[in-house]
Design a protein around this ligand. Sequence first.
Ligand code: ZN
Ligand code: FE
Length: 254
Amino acid sequence: MLEIQTIPVLSDNYSYVLHDTGSGKIAVVDPPETGPIEAALEAGGLGIDWIVITHHHMDHIAAVPALKEKYGCQVVGPAADQHRIPGLDLLVREGDRFQLGEAEAQVFDTPGHTTGHITYWFEDERALFCADTLFALGCGRVFEGTMEQMWESLAKLRALPDDAIVHCGHEYTLSNAHFAVTVDPDNDELMDRVAEIEELRRDGMPTVPSNLGVEKRTNPFLRPDDAGIRAQLGMAGATNAEVFGEIRTRKDNS
Ligand code: ZN
Ligand code: FE
């Protein structure tokens, strides 16, 4: 069994502590600072065996040297970004597997936010770690790749089962929700979700992780083929990548 703890870090990032209870192995996903992670580990009397990295941005890797030094752990991350992520011990890419004790993750290349961004999918545990590719009701900004690449990455994640649990890299959900309704105003499930999110955030509660089935039905960045969204954007005949690109550009300018 994989126990997963969500750890709020910095102002709006999420790291995750993974505990494979069968083997006792521990991993930390995308640590930008040590304090909150060490507090979570010490509460459980745990060490770290692996640091799991999705992409090179500092808000996901800054604590790697300090944690490596303190715990003597190993670091797994994207082969494509080895030149700009210090301390990687195991390089992975699409089709590779990462083993945490008895738990096994498949690796997907998910370029777009950065060219080397990867996503980890623990199929048996239904746990997806997609950092800044797919957010709750949103997606990452397309900094390094093309709109076509980012859409292909999101389409790859959309093909996973509805009961996948989406562990993303940021608490951006409220701002994403207010944008989502501008492109998908007739989606009743989205309206209900926005109300839920507003209530959670009013109470200072996290909206992450989320459920992939719900994302497929309410996240506009996974829905460029939806007739209602296409009508709203006046893009009935466009490709999915074009509709996605228009939605992403509108969000950037909102
Ligand atoms: Zn990032
Ligand atoms: Fe980030």
